[in-house]
Design a protein around this ligand. Structure first.
Ligand SMILES: CC(C)(COP(=O)(O)OP(=O)(O)OC[C@H]1O[C@@H](n2cnc3c(N)ncnc32)[C@H](O)[C@@H]1OP(=O)(O)O)[C@@H](O)C(=O)NCCC(=O)NCCS
Length: 249
């Protein structure tokens, strides 16, 4: 008797209403669109997450490794009830957020990654996913963790999250915090921004293609270069040391 193993391994997603796209004006004057993407879009996102595996700063490496795995599992049907939102400026990918529904009442926040720094794009994308859990899915609480001190400041401190240390988070290894509907409503006026519907030209541009981030976080070219250049503004000390090491001096 033959068994279709794929039918057993592949979880069946529950039907959920979609996230309605929104847009907002950033501090720099650019307009950012946040929208839900589908499975077919995942390969276009993965290629911009992969380079972050090598960026230790601000724990991009840990978060990128986990996000990569979550996106891949979504793409290859190895996770149930996951959703992915992207933030784009003129088509350019500037943030990715994802999560899933644990039950009718409880949401599981996975990750938030900002690919452009200093504009709160990560904070806005995070707020959008919380909006999805509470306003669209009608959930009562969302379980959240943070890997980085910036994440801790953005979520635990800014939203005044409650401890749920007795509850396991799917990301593992760290205790859960909770954003309740009450806390979210309290934060709404200050932390949740954006408007709907998204003007046609902005949405069309965003949907046309997920363009590469223009200034993503990068690993330093040479871990010691910054220190050395403090003493040698022309960089020759660094070069001569390299030549010496290579036996070309
Ligand atoms: C956490 C995160 C999503 C927040 O994104 P964000 O809201 O867009 O904020 P940024 O990361 O750009 O900036 C955070 C702070 O660092 C500062 N900063 C750090 N590096 C910076 C850079 N290269 N350029 C400008 N600002 C920078 C900002 O000034 C800002 O300060 P503030 O909190 O006083 O406003 C983002 O830092 C990130 O992706 N971190 C790595 C992954 C991670 O930790 N995710 C959260 C765990 S789920």
């Amino acid at each position: 008797m033959s068994i279709d193993v794929e039918k057993i391994l592949r979880p069946t997603d529950n039907p959920f209403p979609p996230f309605q796209p929104k847009y907002m004006m950033l501090a720099g004057g650019e307009e950012m669109v946040i929208r839900q993407v589908s499975r077919e879009d995942i390969p276009d996102i993965l290629k911009h997450v992969e380079p972050l595996l090598h960026v230790e700063r601000d724990y991009y490496d840990v978060v990128a490794a986990r996000l990569y795995s979550e996106l891949l599992a979504y793409y290859r049907y190895r996770v149930q009830d996951e959703y992915v939102l992207v933030a784009q400026i003129n088509g350019e990918l500037v943030a990715v957020v994802n999560g899933r529904s644990l039950s009718k009442d409880v949401g599981m926040s996975y990750h938030t990654v900002a690919l452009r720094r200093g504009l709160r794009v990560g904070a806005h994308a995070f707020a959008s996913k919380m909006e999805y859990h509470f306003d669209i899915l009608g959930q009562k609480e969302v379980l959240i963790v943070a890997e980085s001190p910036i994440g801790f400041r953005r979520w635990m401190i800014e939203y005044e999250l409650e401890k749920r240390f007795h509850m396991a988070h799917e990301l593992g290894g760290v205790p859960s915090w909770s954003l309740t509907k009450e806390l979210f409503n309290k934060a709404r006026a200050t932390l949740v921004v954006g408007r709907r519907p998204v003007p046609k030209h902005l949405l069309e541009k965003a949907k046309a293609a997920i363009l590469p981030p223009t200034d993503p976080p990068k690993a330093p070219a040479d871990l010691l270069a910054a220190t050395r250049s403090m003493y040698d503004s022309t960089g020759t000390a660094l070069m001569s040391q390299r030549w010496q090491q290579e036996g070309n001096a």
